[in-house]
Design a protein around this ligand. Sequence first.
Ligand code: GLA
Length: 373
Amino acid sequence: MKRLLITWVLLVSLSVLFFGFAPVVRSVFGETGGAVIHAYTLENANGLLVRLLDYGATIQSILVPDKKGQVADVILGYSDLEGYVEGGSYFGSTIGRYSGRLGKGQFEIDGRVYTLPINDGPNTLHGGFNGFHKRLWNANVETVGSFPSVRMTYSSPNGEEGFPGTLVVTVRFTLTDDNELIMDYEAFTDRPTVLNLTNHAYFNLRGEGNSDILSHILHVSSDFFAETDEMLIPTGSFCPVEGTVLDFRTPLPVGARLDVSDRLLARAKGYDHSFLFMRSLANELVLSARLYEPDSGRALEVWTTEPDLHVYTGNFLEGVAGKHGSVYGPYTGICLETQHFPDSPNRPEFPSTRLNPGDRFQSRTIYRFMILP
Ligand code: GLA
């Protein structure tokens, strides 16, 4: 194992030295429905390793050293493909066409009502039964400057899971030497449609499988959250976080006020909320969240051009068999989903999620890792 690692580091260093770029290593991850699924491993100059799958345009692992140099995988997931094919927790996957809930599984475009499969109470969640996280994406290895990059593309046919228009979506993952995993999203359609894309990584900065995330320190600078009803559908109002358990404008442990009898946390048994980020310039990158785990010294910043940061504390995880024998229960990971608001197509007052033919959807999210003393 050690010899393999040394050979790998040597190969990477030599290719950076001679060719000026860090390679992406492709390997077979499994097979499903007659298709071979590949993993793509990206490494940067600081030893950060990111493994992507073309199944679901998924981040399968992110290996980050702690302050003592000990490496751990900081996201939840499965060791094998079967987990991703059978599982229902969306670990690390790209979510689409519509991330979050669409009330009663329907919306209207130009007077026509579209009805979607219902998979969450009376609503549609995360694009339906077979959203983008269950699709095989087409992966292309690229380099962006000298950084390793993989561009994943999926063409979603007109009518898939009830959504109109053929939608061609691209997510380009780039790993920089500033310990940033950059996700650039782009989409085009051939008829008016709606879309909401995100990555559903569950972070545990102690390392997946190593306790819960309740002592992670969370900082979310948003002043407002989207109020939701008992089915977690936005009511259309934005409420001040001031004086509520959702106020993370001053950094606090995630578990400091996680009391499931609180009226705001009872419905989802924890945090499952959308925070509003306004900006003066369209497409401006803002720091939406900062997460810090004091024992390991690992920290994560989430930068995004998206208006909503959805914080979900893994409340519905229950005995999920994860990587290397780990078992994930409630609060063993935290999702920081950058996106548009749930149910936006039914809420004209929310930032629009409509895409028209000839227009280009574009957004960027960055996970930036740091190791603090
Ligand atoms: C999102 C939702 C949660 C939950 C998870 C997946 O974050 O907001 O309510 O459904 O996805 O389990």
